[in-house]
Design a protein around this ligand. Structure first.
Ligand code: FES
Length: 157
């Protein structure tokens, strides 16, 4: 269930006040909000803008620019597929294409049933076992058809 608007405002104000004294506070605030809510709620853009003397559009621009920031809550599962060089050389493109086709979503999207959010990631530190993935924080190396089947089974349960 999503938090009520007033709840969002109060929790966001607390996060903003934790970071607003820093030099260059916008990114720390956005990271803090994402940690608090799991995404950066639209309702917080105006609040941030007022606190940092920015326009709402400037805040929105930064949230949109960095793909790490979610504009909506993630799905029940989060699947990250490494798209960095070592994994690319071991076929991460094909893995991603297959998973996107099977899930019916692209990177940065959440399945309509809310089951999964798919995200690219640029090195999981598991290059020796490329291509790599991370499902709900668990690293998976040498992703092939069997690993894809296992991940989809988890996602669909
Ligand atoms: S490049 Fe994929 S884990 Fe390092």
């Amino acid at each position: 269930m999503q938090p009520a608007r007033t709840d969002i405002a109060a929790r966001a104000a607390a996060v903003i006040s934790d970071y607003r004294g820093l030099e260059g506070p916008l990114l720390p605030i956005l990271h803090g909000l994402q940690e608090e809510f799991g995404y950066v709620p639209q309702e917080t853009y105006q609040l941030i803008a007022e606190e940092l003397n920015l326009s709402r559009a400037e805040v929105y621009g930064v949230v949109s620019f960095y793909h790490d920031f979610r504009k909506a809550p993630a799905g029940r599962h989060v699947l990250k597929l490494c798209q960095a060089e070592a994994c690319q050389s071991m076929g991460s493109d094909q893995v991603a294409a297959k998973i996107r086709r099977l899930l019916g979503i692209d990177f940065h999207e959440t399945a309509a049933d809310g089951s999964v959010t798919l995200e690219p990631v640029y090195c999981l530190g598991l290059c020796a076992c490329s291509p790599s993935a991370m499902l709900d924080g668990e690293l998976i190396g040498r992703v092939g058809d069997d690993e894809i089947d296992s991940m989809l089974e988890v996602i669909r349960t």
